[in-house]
Design a binder for this molecule. Structure first.
Ligand SMILES: [Zn+2]
Ligand SMILES: [Zn+2]
Length: 266
């Protein structure tokens, strides 16, 4: 089975991820404009007609900016929980009724050849979920906004062959940066975002040969750089004597522009 993943945009100003097989594709979040999504997909020779749905993690604007146009203009159904729908649907955010699909956490559903399960994560929205997606024997987990890796989320993250996980901020940059104290505290809290050190430590504790692609995602514009993310990971891996096998790949996802198309062919 052909299986491709690509980040169209990742970071605090917009998140949208593509996962496709040879017939169809799905999106995870629509935090950039529908025009940008269409343009980025077209550049990769992927038509909007092949997109069978968009999975929505939570109501923050960097995850739903393009959702109304995507559902209205392209009639793409959107999938999230009842509680998240309630937090998204406002007089300003109108989604056509027949595009609204309600899902339940920890209950598998099938879409476009994928078996999908949402799992709860800790973040400062009314509800936030990650997605665990199975295609054949390949497993993809996406967890982009979470203050810490709780016991409920950890098994889904550990089970992935391709993992998209947040590495939002560098501790020193956040500490010395211009954000007001309350915002720094919010970001660092258990319901905020994962910092480079937290993510690197979790990966060092849990890396296995099954994990073939690690995508470090949702980098802060003001409190992080791709170099800092890599330094943090390399430091902790070398301290623990962890050496990646030749098949494992680490990708730091770009803000605002698509990354490479990553193939997970069986
Ligand atoms: Zn976000
Ligand atoms: Zn968020």
């Amino acid at each position: 089975m052909k299986l491709n993943f690509c980040s169209l945009s990742s970071g605090s100003s917009g998140n949208c991820y593509y996962l496709g097989n040879e017939f169809h594709g799905i999106l995870i979040d629509a935090g950039i404009s529908a025009t940008s999504i269409r343009k980025f997909l077209k550049n990769m020779e992927i038509s909007m007609q092949t997109i069978m749905g968009v999975l929505v993690t939570h109501n923050h604007i960097d995850h739903i900016k393009g959702l109304d146009v995507l559902t209205r203009k392209y009639s793409i159904p959107a999938f999230t929980t009842n509680k998240i729908w309630k937090s998204i649907l406002t007089p300003q955010k109108k989604i056509p009724r027949d595009s609204i699909r309600e899902i339940t956490v920890k209950q598998k559903f099938h879409l476009a050849g994928f078996d999908i399960e949402a799992f709860p994560v800790c973040h400062d929205a009314p509800e936030t979920i990650g997605f665990h997606i199975c295609a054949g024997d390949k497993k993809i987990t996406i967890a982009t906004d979470l203050g810490h890796i709780c016991e409920t989320a950890a098994p889904y993250i550990k089970a992935a062959n391709l993992l998209v996980i947040e590495s939002n901020y560098d501790d020193q940059m956040l500490l010395n940066g211009k954000y007001p104290y309350f915002l720094k505290a919010r970001i660092k809290s258990d319901h905020g975002h994962l910092g480079n050190h937290q993510t690197s430590a979790f990966l060092a504790d849990n890396i296995s040969d099954n994990l073939s692609v690690i995508c470090l995602a949702h980098l802060s514009k003001n409190n992080n750089t791709p170099e800092k993310v890599l330094q943090s990971l390399e430091l902790i891996f070398s301290e623990r004597g962890i050496i990646l096998n030749g098949q494992q790949r680490i990708s730091i996802l770009n803000r605002n522009v698509p990354g490479d198309m990553i193939s997970l062919n069986e």
